[in-house]
Design a binder for this molecule. Structure first.
Ligand code: ZN
Length: 376
């Protein structure tokens, strides 16, 4: 089976997140590895919820593995079928491209990682390889978090990590962290003909949003040489029940992208500080601030030997990315990680998603070279 054929097989599993349903796709990969009949190979499905599963495969000698190869097998929803020129989960090859939901993000990358491992299936490895297919990457990394929580991957299990997300075959060594805050403005309902009897939760939230824009500007003054500055944006607002009722509740969602100099705790404290300051002039303001999720930044140094090796093999300088990945979760386990894979992030999350088949083959070769240099 060629890399594009394996990628097509993976695309045919509709692993839309939500709800996930990754278990069948993980089981397909488990069977694929079993059929390879690699001598020293442990294969385990890690089921963490109904129809939700990761796959972890350990190949070669015990002890600290040389490489961890990782990719997620969930995909974002296909959306409106009318926007696709063919069904999203019926992969098709046309003019050198493989089309289907997940072609670029990132079943193509997963297939290339697996095929690279397959190339060495009969070789004696000096250092082991760990392969992980994760579930739920598109929603707060819930699969990988469960895998680590359940002790399936431990601190220092591997030296270097590669996540095959679409980077057009360049090594991404750093990206910002992130956090999502849900802020609830609490008011009191009243008839809108007598607004003074109530507390308008939407209007109070509006004061907060305006101040938030000021906070963004202040945070923007601090620049990371690689990653720019921390940004935050109001992305969702919800409130009110009827045109003639003073709203008693309003929710605002704030999405933050955070440079290593800051942290989600720091941003939270700044948001709380804002609320206190507004309250001094607006005593009816009552807010609760809740962190829905957060993730660390990835910051593998530019001069790290693994980054240098990836630059050498890809023939391209390493770079940074504006989006988040599972990388920081590996980084926390002392696995120096880069993101490097086939396809473009511009293709991710859109109708008629595709990956260039040539890039799938190039990715496979890059991964093979990494194995050759680190594990043989
Ligand atoms: Zn992805």
């Amino acid at each position: 089976m060629k890399v594009e054929e394996l990628a097509a097989q993976l695309i045919s599993f509709p692993t839309e997140m939500p709800p996930g349903n990754e278990e069948e796709c993980a089981a397909y990969l488990r069977d694929y590895f079993r059929d390879l009949d690699i001598k020293r190979c442990e294969i385990e499905i890690h089921r963490f919820a109904e129809k939700r599963a990761n796959l972890i495969v350990r190949i070669g000698p015990r002890g600290r593995a040389g490489l961890l190869f990782s990719g997620h097998i969930d995909v974002v929803p296909a959306g409106d079928p009318n926007m696709w020129s063919a069904p999203a989960f019926e992969p098709r090859i046309r003019e050198g491209r493989l089309y289907g939901r997940g072609a670029a993000d990132m079943k193509g990358g997963v297939a290339a990682l697996v095929k690279a491992i397959e190339t060495f299936k009969n070789r004696e490895l000096k250092r082991g390889i760990i392969f992980i297919a994760t579930a739920g990457e598109e929603r707060g990394f819930d699969g990988l978090k469960a895998l680590i929580r359940d002790g399936k991957l431990k601190d220092g299990d591997a030296l270097y990590g590669v996540i095959g997300e679409p980077t057009e075959l360049r090594a991404v060594r750093a990206h910002r962290g992130g956090a999502i805050f849900k802020i609830t403005s609490h008011g009191r309902s009243a008839h809108s003909s007598m607004p003074d009897l109530g507390i308008n939760a939407i209007e109070n939230a509006a004061h907060f949003i305006v101040e938030l824009i000021g906070l963004r500007e202040r945070l923007g003054e601090i620049k990371d040489p690689d990653l720019g500055s921390t940004v935050l944006s109001t992305t969702v607002i919800e409130g009110g029940i009827k045109e003639n009722v003073i709203p008693e509740s309003c929710q605002v969602v704030v999405d933050c992208r955070i440079i290593p100099a800051h942290s989600s705790e720091y941003i939270r404290s700044r948001l709380e500080e804002l609320a206190l300051r507004i309250r001094e002039r607006l005593p009816t303001l009552q807010l609760t601030i809740e962190e829905v999720l957060s993730y660390d930044p990835l910051n593998t140094p530019r001069a790290h030997p693994f980054v240098k090796l990836c630059e050498e093999i890809t023939g391209q300088p390493s770079e940074t990315a504006p989006y988040g990945t599972e990388g920081p979760l590996y980084q926390r386990l002392n696995i120096s990680t880069v993101v490097l894979g086939p396809g473009s992030v511009k293709q991710a999350h859109i109708p008629n998603e595709y990956v260039e088949i040539k890039q799938l083959h190039q990715a496979q070769s890059i991964y093979e070279e990494l194995i050759r240099q680190i594990c043989l």
